[in-house]
Design a protein around this ligand. Structure first.
Ligand code: GMT
Length: 380
């Protein structure tokens, strides 16, 4: 049954925003009426799509406010959109403030019986959830939701452990847009970055936050690149960028590191890469690992969070103990020296992406959740 669905998400670059936006686009393609309620245009929503409306939350900067009341304004907007478009479900991505605002908004609306589904993405539990001041809000958001989903089994377990609870959480993995991430190899961009054709390209893509442990990637690369022709392509920007540049110099690898800066379209960069590395200390899923896998780039990931649910060790990539730079370096070296092994892992990864992370299947799982919670409200 077609539904009218409100989606609350962070619109800027970031895994949760990407997943929410792509889910919204897929739902719209399947005939649902989708309403994004957010602070700015979701960055992946680049072309016109019927069935999608974006409602911007404009916060009043009235001088009496020390802090602009974004959360209250968002809740009011949710109420307005529920009544204007007769919404059936609000899908909140990220526990705070979205799950809380979704509940507040549906209570403010004239229409009753609107369901709230919350998707936990990771840092809302593993970082913000560690803050005891925020825990009551996170707990409230989860408990008021009609259904809660998490992007990995690991995140579901960590949510219950962090909040000392036994919430029933549906695990629905991330998926990718298969029209953007598909098997490809295109060497042309190498020239632009001055990469020679016989150099092995190691890529790391992130928002350069401390949880990504970029120092470990640099250190592992420095060991592996000692006697090999290799380049490290760093894509993204964030608080750790200054430290990363300094560290690359200290390690004497700055001539081997390419800083590509923040990029919204990473498929072309993955297409010139041989090995992808993500050695985070916290990572609920690691959407970028799936993106690399779909293109045909094997990943070396840490044991953190849900990463071992994405990569099959020795089959689609390697899983190395978090913080263990030497093991990571050995695995980088192993893959760098063996193009046949990389090829085999790439093929396995492409197969696994289609088998376990098919976006149509993932959207169907969310639809089932919507059906379930709406049916419960209809019965009530
Ligand atoms: O990785 C980040 O720091 C961004 C973060 C976000 O909130 O957008 O990503 C989280 O959500 C993604 C989509 O579900 C997951 O793939 C990422 O693993 C997760 N990040 C962390 O857990 C650190």
């Amino acid at each position: 049954m077609k539904k009218a669905i409100g989606i609350l998400c962070y619109p800027s670059v970031g895994g949760s925003g990407v997943v929410a936006t792509e889910l919204g686009m897929k739902l719209a393609d399947r005939g649902h009426d989708v309403h994004f309620i957010t602070s700015s245009m979701p960055f992946r929503l680049t072309e016109y799509r019927p069935n999608i409306t974006v409602h911007l939350v404009e916060v009043n900067q009235y001088s009496v406010f020390k802090y602009p009341p974004y959360d209250i304004t968002l809740a009011s907007k949710v109420a307005e959109i529920i009544d204007l478009f007769d919404l059936d479900v609000i899908h909140a991505h990220y526990a705070v403030p979205h799950a809380v605002c979704a509940d507040l908004g549906r209570n403010m609306a004239k229409k009753k019986g609107v369901a709230v589904v919350t998707t936990l993405h990771g840092t809302d539990i593993t970082v913000i959830g560690q803050d005891l001041e925020m825990q009551p809000a996170i707990r409230y958001g989860i408990e008021r939701s009609d259904a809660v989903t998490a992007v990995s089994e690991s995140l579901a377990l960590e949510t219950n452990a962090t909040l000392n609870a036994h919430y029933d959480i549906d695990v629905i993995a991330n998926s990718i847009d298969e029209s953007v991430y598909y098997p490809m190899r295109d060497e042309r961009l190498k020239r632009h970055y001055g990469i020679e054709s016989d150099e092995v390209v190691v890529i790391h893509i992130s928002n350069f936050r401390p949880v990504k442990r970029i120092d470990d990637t640099l250190a592992a690369f420095a060991i592996a690149a000692k006697d090999r022709k290799m380049r490290l392509l760093l894509v993204g920007d964030g608080p750790e960028m200054g430290q990363t540049r300094r560290r690359a110099k200290e390690l004497g690898i700055d001539d081997k590191v390419i800083f590509a800066g923040k990029q919204e379209h990473v498929a072309q960069l993955l297409a010139i890469s041989d090995i992808h590395v993500l050695l985070s200390e916290k990572e609920a899923f690691g959407l970028v690992v799936l993106e690399a896998m779909a293109i045909g780039v094997p990943s070396i990931v840490s044991t953190a969070g849900g990463l071992p649910e994405v990569i099959q060790d020795g089959v689609t990539g390697y899983i190395v103990p978090t913080y263990d730079v030497k093991v990571a370096a050995a695995r980088i070296g192993e893959l760098a020296d063996d193009p046949m092994l990389r090829e085999r892992m790439a093929e396995e990864g492409i197969r696994d992406t289609r088998r376990r992370f098919d976006s149509n299947e993932i959207v169907r799982r969310y639809e089932q959740v919507y059906e379930r919670v709406c049916a419960r409200h209809e019965l009530a």
